[in-house]
Design a protein around this ligand. Structure first.
Ligand code: SF4
Length: 331
């Protein structure tokens, strides 16, 4: 969501995904939505967001009607039925610049801000976003930031705790501490692609098993990793709302730049993006482990076993290659 517009209008952005997943009982929020009538075979993120809007007394939401989630329409219909106001924002298919510009201008008008004010806010946020870029650099270049920490700091750029100055203060404190840590460079170097995981403990478990998580694809996108000259350019380069082939260009580039040995593709149960798994596997050029999860909570033993087997396989391939045997990179 272009938070620059919301901030330029003097409002505080709140990412409902963050509100849901940091709730003391996120699983209970999902169950409450099911009691209201949401089917079990629907994505738990959608159900959690629905309930959090009710429980937090939110009167109006901004909904990404194009480019994000195929379930958004039914979610906003349910919210509207309960009296919640909806402000739509749509990323045009194919990233047409004229249509995206129209959306940004319209979004400014709805919030009573001008494009100039929103651009000024974008320039102001650049120095805050630089902190996120530095946290990401310490993840992939020196290993002083863990995969979990990277995930949390980058994903939080979606609303910056509602206050960019607060984000900057907290990030400065974190960076000061992280820079004092020892550098880490372990094998295998793992990248995560796909939706941010709904389950907890995934990154820690991976790192406990000796792997190093050096890339979180979507979380990095939420941080707006490139310095741009305009809001239009920034939200055009943002890969998340556009097609999988555009995302793949970014993923392949980061696989090379970060010396990634293998990827974990996290897929959310009942998410339309699941089908992109076969394209990612086909086109990404490194081994891929696909992990699926349904509800909030710790990762289950099946996921743990699959991660262990995957890491063992990578180490086996690497060992065989070192001995001059041609390893086959397939999972
Ligand atoms: S995981 Fe998929 S289905 Fe669920 S909210 Fe995200 S995009 Fe929508």
């Amino acid at each position: 969501m272009p938070i620059e517009v919301i901030l330029a209008a003097g409002r505080r952005p709140v990412d409902l995904n963050n509100l849901f997943i940091t709730h003391p009982q996120p699983g209970g929020l999902v169950e409450r939505a099911e009691q209201t009538g949401f089917p079990r075979n629907m994505c738990a993120w959608v159900k959690g967001i629905y309930t959090v809007v009710q429980t937090e007394g939110i009167h109006t939401v901004v909904a990404t009607t194009e480019g994000d989630c195929s379930n958004t329409r039914s979610l906003i219909e349910m919210l509207q039925m309960g009296g919640t106001g909806v402000i739509p924002f749509g990323y045009p298919y194919g990233g047409d610049e004229g249509l995206l510009d129209d959306q940004l201008q319209r979004f400014c008008r709805v919030f009573g801000a001008t494009m100039d004010e929103a651009e000024a806010k974008r320039r102001e946020l650049e120095t805050v976003r630089d902190r996120a870029r530095e946290i990401d650099r310490l993840t992939c270049e020196t290993g002083q930031v863990t995969g979990e920490e990277n995930h949390l700091w980058l994903i939080r750029c979606s609303d910056m705790f509602g206050d960019p100055a607060d984000y900057a203060r907290r990030a400065d404190k974190f960076l000061k501490e992280a820079r004092l840590r020892e550098c880490v460079d372990r094998f295998p170097r793992i990248g995560f692609v796909g939706i941010p995981p709904i389950c907890s403990g995934l990154f820690e478990f991976m790192e406990e098993q000796g792997a190093q998580v050096v890339f979180n694809e979507m979380q990095r996108q939420f941080s707006m990793p490139y310095r741009c000259k305009s809001l239009l350019e920034q939200y055009r380069r943002y890969t998340y709302p556009y097609d999988i082939f555009f995302r793949l260009e970014d993923i392949r580039q980061e696989v090379r730049r970060r010396r990634i040995d293998a990827l974990v593709h996290y897929v959310q149960s009942f998410c339309f993006r699941y089908v992109q798994d076969c394209i990612i596997r086909e086109r990404v050029g490194v081994p891929v482990l696909t992990l699926e999860c349904d509800r909030p909570g710790p990762i289950d033993s099946r996921a743990m076993t699959r991660i262990e087997a995957f890491l063992e396989m990578l180490r086996g391939v690497s060992g065989a290659a070192a001995e001059g045997v041609k390893g086959r990179h397939a999972v």
